[in-house]
Design a protein around this ligand. Structure first.
Ligand code: HEM
Length: 483
């Protein structure tokens, strides 16, 4: 009964059920089954079978002990902290776990992320010095979805391939985008937000559609209502269920093949339309304009996976923007009363502050060769997590850094003190696209009379250390449009 008593702590915890509802249901079923089994066996077969139940328990604890031992065996002179599998799992559900560890251990501490020892680092200047100054010792921490991508996904490419494709994509994805593009995205925002006017409803399906269609347009030049646009959108909806933490399955690879074919035809068609198009060129066509041999298969696959990952990133950022707009009435009222000329600056600051306080999380790297930093060993095979959210939250250049405020301090959003989109060669190249979509979205919210949000907490994430925190999936929103 020691096992169900221990598990019961999680199962009856409201915080656990609120943060991980699916896992809580599974744990609840497992808990009830185990209790039932033990009680039934106690009653009917006490002497013969009960000892056998100790076997799976001992096996489970044995596995945990082996994991912990493997993590610990090469941990001499590494930063302070605990390499315990169970502690690492507990950390998943506590957003301020790392902050508490930093307060206890200092700016570097170690932990176990599902058995992989990980060194967490606080302070943007320190993270930059560590990542940029040790590039020959650090490699990417590759997500399995990248293995299904021809030539690998940009973020995880070998340096020599990234030297070619990184530059190509960065140029193609940099703004400015034309006024036609902006108007199309504004229409999309208006369409999707209109569906939230009236009784409270979940905003997530609307936000996902909005992010996906905006990226169809900006990245690929695919418009709704066209055969190619609608088919790609349908395939992208299916592809969105491919977990980025898993390799692609057979159905996902088939979708990838078909999406690749659509893009090959789309780039020729967009090129043929040339100057007749009402919209400025998509990223897909910009790749061709830079180099007539492009886009090749590496570009197509990267665009498709980028579309998949960015749909998730942008839709959850839109969720945060909606949540902040609904829960910061004084700030919103000040923005709505400001003169028109200051409008966009205010909205841009609102976006930066949302990124700073809500959706900037980390930079991960894997140690490929052992090195030393600030007196500590960084053993080969360990992960390094630059804790960006925690660094923003403890920054010395703003007052009350953990609060949501539209910052006037000159250094608040300076790139040395604010890096929600990463830094260096692998910094996010979707910044301009992201800003275009988010400003169009905030522009529509600016016209609302009221945004009401309920059931936003407890915040949620998936059960991986690299997944992002979000408002609760039970979030309900109701909009009232202004004149
Ligand atoms: C909420 C919005 C977004 C956030 C917070 C975000 C954050 C980041 C971060 C932190 C990195 C650096 C990762 C690292 O160094 O390990 C990154 C890289 C990247 N992001 Fe974003 N991103 C966002 C939106 C987008 C969008 C909209 C796109 C594309 C349309 C995009 C495409 C990329 C790509 C391709 C890279 C890899 C760049 C390279 O390695 O050359 N991101 N992003």
């Amino acid at each position: 009964m020691a096992v169900p008593a221990w598990m019961g702590r999680f199962v009856v915890s409201r915080a656990f059920a609120g943060t991980f509802p699916r896992e809580a249901r599974w744990a609840g079923c497992a808990w009830l089954t185990w209790c039932g089994l033990v009680l039934a066996l106690c009653y009917w077969l006490p002497s013969q079978t009960l000892p056998w139940l100790l076997l799976p328990v001992a096996l489970g604890w044995g596995l945990v002990a082996v994991c912990d031992w493997r993590s610990r065996r090469d941990s001499r002179r590494t930063p302070p902290g605990q390499l315990s599998l169970i502690e690492g799992i507990r950390a998943l559900g506590e957003r301020d776990f790392n902050l508490r560890q930093f307060a206890q251990c200092g700016p570097l501490f170690k932990m176990s992320q599902f058995g992989t020892p990980t060194i967490c680092v606080l302070g943007l200047e320190r993270i930059e010095r560590l990542i940029k100054g040790h590039s020959e010792f650090l490699g990417p921490s590759t997500l399995p979805i990248s293995n299904g991508v021809e030539g690998s996904f940009l973020r995880y490419m070998p340096a020599e391939t990234h030297a070619v494709y990184g530059r190509l994509f960065r140029r193609a994805m940099s703004g400015p985008f034309g006024s036609g593009q902006t108007a199309a995205i504004e229409r999309l925002c208006a369409e999707q937000l209109r569906l939230l006017v009236g009784p409270p409803a979940s905003p997530f399906p609307r936000l996902q559609t909005l992010a996906r269609r905006a990226l169809n347009q900006l990245l690929l030049g695919l418009e709704p209502g066209t055969r190619a646009g609608d088919r790609f959108d349908e395939l992208a909806r299916g592809f969105a269920t491919a977990g980025i933490g898993w390799s692609l399955g057979r159905r996902d690879r088939e979708s990838l093949d078909e999406m690749r074919q659509i893009l090959a035809q789309q780039v020729d068609a967009e090129e043929a339309r040339g100057g007749d198009s009402a919209l400025s060129p998509s990223v897909l066509l910009r790749l061709r304009q830079q180099d007539p041999q492009m886009p090749d298969r590496i570009c197509f696959d990267n665009l498709i996976v980028m579309h998949r990952i960015a749909t998730g990133n942008v839709s959850s950022l839109l969720g945060w923007l909606l949540y902040r707009w609904g829960t910061e009435p004084e700030i919103v009222a000040a923005l709505q009363q400001a003169p028109e000329s200051e409008g966009v600056t205010g909205l841009r600051t609102f976006l930066s502050e949302t990124l700073r306080t809500s959706q900037s999380e980390y930079l991960y790297r894997r140690v490929v060769r052992e090195f030393e930093f600030e007196g500590y060993r960084f053993p080969r095979g360990w992960l390094l997590r630059g804790c960006v959210w925690e660094s923003h939250r403890t920054s010395a250049v703003v007052t009350g850094p953990d609060r949501f405020r539209l910052r006037q301090e000159p250094l608040a959003y300076d790139r040395r003190h604010f890096i929600p989109l990463g830094m260096g060669a692998h910094a996010c190249n979707g910044g301009d696209i992201n800003e275009l979509i988010c400003l169009a979205f905030l522009g529509r919210l600016w016209h609302t009379r009221a945004v009401r949000v309920t059931h936003a907490t407890p915040l949620q994430r998936q059960t991986r250390h690299w997944s992002h925190w979000q408002p609760n999936q039970a979030l309900l929103v109701s909009l009232e449009m202004g004149p």
